[in-house]
Design a protein around this ligand. Structure first.
Ligand SMILES: Nc1ncnc2c1ncn2[C@@H]1O[C@H](COP(=O)(O)OP(=O)(O)O)[C@@H](O)[C@H]1O
Ligand SMILES: Cc1cn([C@H]2C[C@H](O)[C@@H](COP(=O)(O)OP(=O)(O)O)O2)c(=O)[nH]c1=O
Length: 207
């Protein structure tokens, strides 16, 4: 049996990374072999592209940025995601293609159809089984980040950019309610973990 492919999405500072270990541990405790990965990244090439993409000093045009995201994704899908799923392992990726629709599409204005074309080319028959979208107002997310990290190229964008990213994520969630679960990321971590556990339980049952 092939594994399930799970992704975490949301604007920067929404709290995705906070739940990665929880999801991995919850699944591992139930006998599931989980591969944790992230985008951009997940392979040596992908991590090198990530460094370029996030570096505040990089001067990258819109289309180049979009193509680099998909170049990293192509390597990631072929080297990590497909083999793991084929071996019956589950894959948990901190961000995936929804992020390109949200950031490059919603945030920067790349036409969604162009991104969809790249998605068809790179993903072919690969589908995400469940996406947890951590939804939060940009000002709350920004306040969370400012205490903990040096901001990268995307995190330094204005609040209006992050609002467009958030709106694009929410539109995708409305259009794909079977896959994307929207979580109110302002809730306490323990409440969010209880919701995640409930939904993971449903995924396990339907295997
Ligand atoms: N539900 C929550 N309530 C309050 N603070 C949170 C919550 N989830 C995460 N945080 C804090 O917000 C900051 C950003 O979280 P993080 O998981 O790094 O976000 P992301 O990976 O989405 O950028 C961290 O300092 C984290 O401890
Ligand atoms: C995968 C992906 C990420 N991004 C951006 C969103 C994030 O700002 C950044 C990666 O951030 P993220 O993995 O959230 O970084 P961290 O939690 O370490 O700060 O890349 C895109 O713009 N498009 C994409 O397709």
């Amino acid at each position: 049996m092939t594994g399930q492919f799970l992704t975490l999405e949301g604007i920067d500072g929404a709290g995705k990374s906070t739940h990665v270990d929880f999801i991995r541990d919850w699944l591992t405790a139930r006998g599931i072999d989980v591969v944790v990965t992230r985008e951009p990244g997940g392979t040596p090439l992908g991590e090198a592209l990530r460094a370029l993409l996030l570096d505040v000093k990089s001067d990258i045009s819109l289309d180049t940025e979009t193509l680099l995201m998909f170049a990293a994704r192509q390597a990631h899908v072929d080297a990590v995601i497909r083999p793991a799923l084929a071996a019956g392992r589950w894959v948990l990726s901190d961000r995936f293609t929804d992020a390109t629709f949200a950031y490059q599409g919603g945030g920067r204005g790349v036409p969604f159809e162009r991104i969809a074309e790249l998605e068809r080319w790179v993903l072919r028959d690969l589908r995400v089984d469940r996406t947890f979208l951590f939804d939060i107002p940009p000002d709350v997310a920004r306040a969370r980040m400012s205490t903990t990290r040096t901001l990268d190229r995307f995190e330094r964008e204005r609040e209006a950019f992050h609002q467009r990213v958030r709106n694009a994520y929410l539109s995708r969630a409305e259009a794909d309610i079977d896959r994307i679960r929207v979580l109110d990321a302002e809730l306490p971590v323990a409440t969010l973990q209880a919701e995640l556990a409930r939904d993971l339980g449903r995924l396990l049952e339907r295997r």
